[in-house]
Design a protein around this ligand. Structure first.
Ligand SMILES: [Zn+2]
Length: 352
């Protein structure tokens, strides 16, 4: 039996995609923050496989291979270029294995992944050709390892996103392409967020939208505009932090929550963002609002965890394997309404 395609799924309703592997693997102790290289696929494949399974259990329809930052330039930075292909293939094989062993009602799609290279220079053709080569080799490995779709994400240069899409389209696989503009609310090469998305649709992106850098509050206003202007399916995958108009991305988000021990770095990013974390309800509300606008490709990026993915899925009406364990506050020993809860315990709740 053949698998339903991404487009067929999106035409019918929501498709959930868990991103945010970088932050979650770092939190679990298997990646150096700041450096952020996904060596986990080689060093601790069982940990990565398990995280994929947890996201799958929480309702992620797409199993996205964790090759973010696993590109040639980053491997050069850490002096491990010889591990580039093994790292990519290992990450892809793990994602394929999990996607093949689906546990929900629907079969999963395995996605190959390319992303922001951080060497793209709008004034340097050589850097652009270098990036294109990096994309092409990674897409090649993804196709080789049986990817069902390709995801290009977190681009802050419009032209780099166009290049990623061009390379992804050469493979013939369905493409998801999402951008991540910085705090000036414009792509770094001066193209507006909306115009970048319009162009990505023109150039054949199957799903176009935004991911990362922005929390629900500073992503949704742009998603609204994008949804209105585009005919193709739209994607929205925010970070899970409370970004504001004054600080639209997590890079310069101040901690105004009574922090008693400031971060040793210039910014709360990336190691002291925890106090600005959105609650599950805020993430659920984002998903519902986006879905009501007609945005069917939904997920969470940095800050994602399985609980939040379940929240996204349930907010748009899905029941997923992890729904079995959604909150049951009625049975809480003090805040619950279960009739077995003793009155003297319940009555103390306000003073707890
Ligand atoms: Zn992210």
């Amino acid at each position: 039996m053949s698998k339903e395609s991404l487009k067929e799924r999106l035409d019918k309703g929501p498709v959930i995609c868990a991103e945010g592997f970088l932050f979650e693997i770092e939190k679990r102790g298997y990646m150096a923050s700041g450096e952020f290289v996904p060596m986990v696929s080689l060093d601790h494949p069982e940990i990565l496989e398990n995280l994929h399974k947890e996201f799958q259990h929480a309702g992620s329809d797409i199993v996205q291979a964790f090759t973010y930052n696993g590109h040639r330039e980053k491997m050069r930075v850490i002096g491990k270029e010889e591990l580039l292909e093994p790292l990519n293939r290992a990450a892809l094989k793990i994602a394929k294995k999990v996607a093949t062993n689906h546990i929900g009602k629907k079969k999963n799609l395995m996605a190959g992944n390319i992303s922001n290279s951080n060497i793209w220079n709008q004034d340097d053709k050589n850097s652009q050709l270098e990036v294109e080569k990096m994309f092409r080799e990674m897409v090649g490995w993804a196709v080789d390892e049986g990817a069902d779709i390709l995801i290009g994400e977190t681009f802050y240069y419009a032209e780099e996103a166009y290049t990623a899409l061009k390379v992804m389209k050469e493979s013939g696989l369905p493409s998801v392409i999402t951008i991540a503009p910085y705090g000036q609310n414009i792509m770094r090469d001066g193209i507006s967020i909306l115009d970048t998305c319009k162009e990505l649709e023109q150039q054949g992106g199957d799903v176009v939208g935004m991911n990362c850098h922005r929390g629900p509050n500073t992503m949704l206003p742009y998603l609204k505009e994008i949804r209105k202007s585009l005919k193709c399916h739209v994607a929205g995958l925010p970070i899970t932090y409370r970004t504001t108009k004054a600080h639209p991305t997590f890079f310069n988000l101040p901690d105004k929550n009574g922090c008693s021990c400031p971060t040793p770095h210039e910014t709360t990013f990336p190691t002291a963002l925890d106090p600005m974390q959105c609650s599950r309800y805020e993430i659920g509300q984002f998903a519902k609002e986006a879905y009501d606008l007609g945005i069917n490709y939904l997920g969470v990026c940095c800050g994602a965890n399985p609980m939040l993915i379940r929240e996204v899925a349930e907010a748009v009406g899905l029941t997923v394997p992890a729904s079995k364990y959604r909150e049951k506050m009625d049975n809480h020993y003090m805040f619950g309404k279960n009739k077995r809860i003793p009155k003297h315990i319940k009555d103390y709740r306000g003073k707890a």
